[in-house]
Write a protein that binds this ligand. Structure first.
Ligand code: ADP
Length: 344
């Protein structure tokens, strides 16, 4: 379904290639984690799969299509078969939840009748029925990511690409998002997820493709995250001054949570704010088992079902997706024509 053949990608003006002779094959229905330190080439892989960029050497084939020979005018049609979700949700801020999800159907010319049926079904699948008329800023971070996932799957894609989808979310909310991605995959959608979340990768025991400096250093079925030494650690420093004392207290609190497994009650529900990239670079929360800074409050429903620290086992629900009556519409059922080219 996704084939990388000795793919090298060099960005203009850079000395080192972002990807060097990367070679792998993802079959239909797989759930694959792409792991590696920041800058190792994960996003570049996803961009090549989406045909947002092309390799400098080698070949990328997706859904039976050699993307090198895919004409630019056919790219939008090809992308209809691939859903994408990102760390920063990328919702349209001036549109309601339903309008955000409908948008991806409107741009491809779906009928009004289909949109009216498909959008509520997608929102129900991600657990957001009842929130169709809300604006994105009225939702928690986890809810915003659910909207983004609904938007990504409403068009029944064969492949779902997720680039750090839990990167802006607190631990309990992240578990809910991982459960949702697992359900979508259980319905037959191939999922490729780039992540730094070592705990999730370790718990889920899915296929792991690890990149290091653009080279593929591991392709392991049922693997764990592996080497976490590249993930920055948060170490308290005893520096004089009130601000430093406050920071130290906060760090000690995180360490206490990690040791005891106790997660403090989050502050009152508040709209989500994405963590600035610089903050994420400075401190990687997953390494310590708690968000820093705590960017979002956990929605009550997610607290009830998934409360716990980063090490909370991910409960993979026994969901019969077909029973939801929407599996086929959302591309969540297995079928035999996955190799049919997207433009055929
Ligand atoms: P990751 O997703 O693992 O953080 P990326 O794929 O974003 O890694 O980046 C891989 C390497 O390519 C990095 O060294 C990064 O600086 C470089 N890179 C990514 N995008 C561009 C670009 N548009 N132009 C130049 N260099 C880039």
């Amino acid at each position: 379904m996704i084939r990388f053949e000795n793919v090298t990608k060099r960005y203009r003006g850079t000395k080192r290639p972002a990807l060097s002779e990367v070679d792998f094959n993802v079959d239909a229905g797989e759930f694959v984690f792409l792991v590696g330190a920041s800058g190792s080439g994960k996003s570049t892989c996803l961009r090549l799969i989406l045909r947002e960029d092309v390799p400098s050497a080698g070949r990328v084939a997706v859904l039976g299509r050699d993307l090198r020979s895919l004409a630019n005018r056919k790219v939008p049609y090809f992308r209809r078969h691939i859903g994408s979700v990102f760390q920063d949700f990328r919702l349209l801020p001036s549109k309601t939840v339903a309008q955000n999800v409908a948008f991806s159907l409107q741009v491809i010319g779906s009928s009004r009748g289909f949109i009216q049926q498909a959008v509520p079904e997608a929102l129900a699948l991600v657990g957001l029925d009842g929130k169709a008329k809300r604006m994105p800023h009225e939702l928690s971070g986890g809810e915003q990511q659910r909207v983004a996932i609904a938007r990504a799957i409403v068009n029944r894609p064969k492949v779902l690409l997720a680039d750090e989808p839990t990167g802006n979310l607190d631990p309990a909310t992240s578990v809910g998002i991982m459960q949702l991605l697992t359900r979508i995959n259980a319905g037959g959608t191939t999922v490729v997820m780039a992540t730094h979340e070592a705990a999730f990768v370790d718990q889920m025991q899915r296929r792991v493709i690890e990149l290091k400096g653009g080279e593929m250093v591991r392709d392991e079925v049922g693997g764990g995250y592996g080497d976490t030494s590249s993930i920055p650690r948060l170490t308290p420093e005893a520096v004089p001054g009130a601000a430093a004392a406050a920071a130290l207290t906060a760090v000690q609190e995180i360490q206490r949570e990690t040791i005891t497994g106790v997660v403090p009650t989050p502050p009152a529900e508040q709209p989500a704010t994405a963590r600035p990239a610089a903050a994420q670079d400075a401190v990687e929360p997953s390494a310590q088992g708690a968000p820093w800074p705590p960017a979002v409050a956990t929605p009550p429903e997610e607290r009830a079902t998934a409360a716990g620290p980063r090490t909370t086992p991910i409960v993979i629900p026994e969901v019969e997706v077909a029973e939801l009556g929407m599996a086929d519409r959302l591309g969540l059922s297995r079928d035999d024509d996955e190799e049919v080219g997207p433009t055929s």
